[in-house]
Design a protein around this ligand. Structure first.
Ligand code: SAM
Length: 247
């Protein structure tokens, strides 16, 4: 899959694109990431990319021309391609959206700065607007990294078999169960004995129960949206009974 990032700060991405899972995916050619410096599409001796807002008010606005020309210069191989504008006013990015985007051939991400990009870019050129949460960042670069990271790990081969994403939180609408590794005892605290039992069915059931318990405690909103299996319903009923008896 190809990612194109349009930004005024391409240097912010270097370590992110070279390290760990994403770095390996880039090296193995599973993802192709191109950085486009919007400033190099600005005109005039000072290559100005922002200007004062019409109507007055605080801050500066990213001029539409450099963003437009940067977008025109992006190489678009055949296939499904989408232009995404990062903005706190967009739809909140979730795991289901990550899956949807992972089916594309190319994702073009526009990172805003200052008060954001001129409205005519948003209206005329962006296919989708995404927010990474209800807070305001100084720029869209962190948002672009979040989207690239979440989408890449869903692409075939990026995580490798043993690290598949299928058990991860949100994959089946629940939070994931807790994890333990060596040592068996840490600061007097033991690993749950079921995980040492070697009994795969017992471990599966324990993990499913923990997953449901965590979701019930921390994100009950997720349970309302999730279609639960019969086994899950039975576990949940028990968990709710236990909770009630403690109250
Ligand atoms: N004035 C804008 C507003 O109130 O909606 C906020 C602009 S913000 C300071 C600058 C840029 O950071 C935005 O254009 C956007 O690209 C990025 N940004 C900020 N918060 C974001 C968020 N929660 N999700 C995605 N991008 C964000």
């Amino acid at each position: 899959m190809k990612f194109d990032i349009l930004t005024l700060f391409p240097d912010l991405f270097h370590a992110f694109l070279q390290e760990s899972i994403l770095g390996r995916a880039v090296k193995r050619g599973l993802v192709d990431i191109k950085l486009t410096d919007i400033r190099s599409f600005a005109r005039g001796p000072h290559r100005v990319t922002d200007d004062r807002p019409y109507g007055g008010g605080n801050g500066m606005v990213m001029k539409p021309g450099p963003v437009y020309r940067a977008l025109q210069a992006v190489d678009r191989p055949k296939g499904k391609s989408l232009v995404v504008l990062l903005t706190p006013q967009g739809k909140t990015f979730e795991q289901s959206k990550a899956w949807e985007l992972s089916r594309l051939d190319q994702l073009i991400l526009i990172c805003g700065r200052y008060e954001g990009v001129d409205e005519r870019i948003r209206k005329g050129l962006a296919d989708m607007e995404l927010s990474i949460g209800d807070y305001v960042l100084s720029g869209g670069e962190l948002g672009a990294m979040v989207v690239i990271d979440a989408v890449s790990r869903l692409l075939p081969g990026v995580l490798g078999g043993e690290n598949s994403a299928t058990d991860d939180s949100f994959e089946d609408g629940l939070l994931e169960y807790p994890h333990y590794t060596r040592p068996q005892v840490f600061k007097g605290k033991n690993v749950p004995s079921v995980l040492l039992s070697g009994d795969h069915e017992k471990i599966r059931l324990w993990r499913r129960t923990e997953s449901l318990k965590r979701t019930l405690e921390r994100r009950p909103d997720l349970l309302k949206k999730t279609k639960l299996k019969q086994e899950d319903e039975a576990i949940l009923t028990k968990l709710l009974e236990t909770k009630k008896s403690k109250e």
